[in-house]
Design a binder for this molecule. Structure first.
Ligand code: BTN
Length: 323
């Protein structure tokens, strides 16, 4: 959206319900009243309900339930994440787009789409992007060695869990990348790393959230183990406000991560973990490890204590709970 349109929405949102005249808006932006009117008509086409009365001015009655950049940016309290937002109505996968543009955009840029046709999950799985959901990817460029990249998934899981908890649900993290409510998946994280030799070039952090998704919309194979924020809360959430809170939380955790405070992240992560203390079977490309999940290492790996009392460190794998 062009800057003037974003500014007009910002002014109307900030007026506290008071009508604002075309002249006042025009003076603030350095444009004519006729230009203001032209932009108002365009903004209405995007789904904003703006009332206008000739002598009084313009009043914003409602905003569309869309994840438009200008909606997310107004009142966003981050300094890095979400400063630049690439918005699409429909894409194959936001992670694929973010990956292809990562060299050209600054750290913190977000790629967000209302729908994904080929949402990707971990280990070649599909992520079903349903109406009312949230799908986005963040471009991160930390200067860290490759071996620490797995920490980012923990950072994201913690941010998701904290933001969801503020909505009033008991969101817990299943290692490494799922967020669950009462044992059912509400969100998934796909972390993709591009690295040269041992140094990370960029990390694409892909996040899918079943926000206002109806349970009946899940395909049969996902139905049993999936839930949505709307289903758990009994009412839809305000997706735009949730995004602002989540991006802020993500940035707070990311700052801790970059300033070597990973130990704090680990202890917070453990306090909202669904996995630690459980008997697990973890499948990696080369082996299967069975035992009790007992902790997270400094690299962000899961520590599993096997029956022979050996502590195995697992950096990535598929985790199943055993009884
Ligand atoms: C998983 O649960 O296996 C991870 C799911 C990750 C889905 C998100 S949605 C936004 C981003 N784009 C993708 O194609 N995948 C991630």
């Amino acid at each position: 959206m062009n800057d003037n349109k974003t500014e007009i929405i910002r002014i109307l949102k900030g007026s506290g319900g008071r009508p604002v005249s075309g002249q006042e808006i025009g003076a603030k932006l350095g444009i004519t009243r006729a230009m203001v009117w032209k932009y108002i008509r365009e903004i209405r086409k995007d789904g904003y309900d703006i009332q206008s009365s000739p002598k009084v001015g313009y009043m914003l009655k409602s905003s569309p339930d869309m994840l438009y950049p200008e909606q997310i940016k107004i009142g966003l309290e981050t300094g890095l994440i979400g400063k630049e937002i690439l918005y699409y109505d429909e894409v194959e996968s936001t992670n694929s787009i973010a990956r292809s543009v990562a060299d050209r955009y600054p750290e913190g840029t977000i790629v967000i789409a209302e729908t994904q046709k080929k949402g990707r999950g971990r280990m070649g799985n599909e992520w079903q992007s349903l109406p009312g959901g949230i799908s986005f990817s963040v471009i991160l460029k930390p200067s860290i060695p490759l071996e620490y990249a797995a920490r980012i998934t923990l950072v994201a899981g913690l941010a998701l869990s904290n933001s969801m908890r503020r909505l009033g649900v008991d969101a817990r993290i299943k290692w490494p990348n799922d967020v669950l409510i009462k044992g059912k998946k509400v969100s998934g994280i796909l972390t993709e790393v591009d690295a040269e030799v041992e140094k990370v070039e960029h990390i694409i952090l892909g996040i899918g959230i079943n926000a206002n998704v109806r349970l009946n919309d899940f395909r049969e194979e996902f139905k049993k183990n999936s839930t949505s924020l709307e289903a758990e809360l009994g009412e839809p959430i305000d997706r735009v406000s949730f995004m602002k809170d989540l991006l802020f939380e993500l940035e707070q955790q990311y700052i801790k991560f970059k300033t070597q405070q990973f130990a704090n992240i680990v202890s917070e992560w453990i306090s909202v973990s669904d996995t630690i203390g459980r008997n697990v079977t973890v499948t990696t490309p080369i082996r299967i490890i069975e035992g009790k999940a007992v902790g997270i290492t400094n690299r962000g790996a899961l520590l599993v204590q096997t029956r022979n009392n050996v502590r195995e460190e697992i950096i990535a794998g598929r985790c199943r709970y055993s009884t």
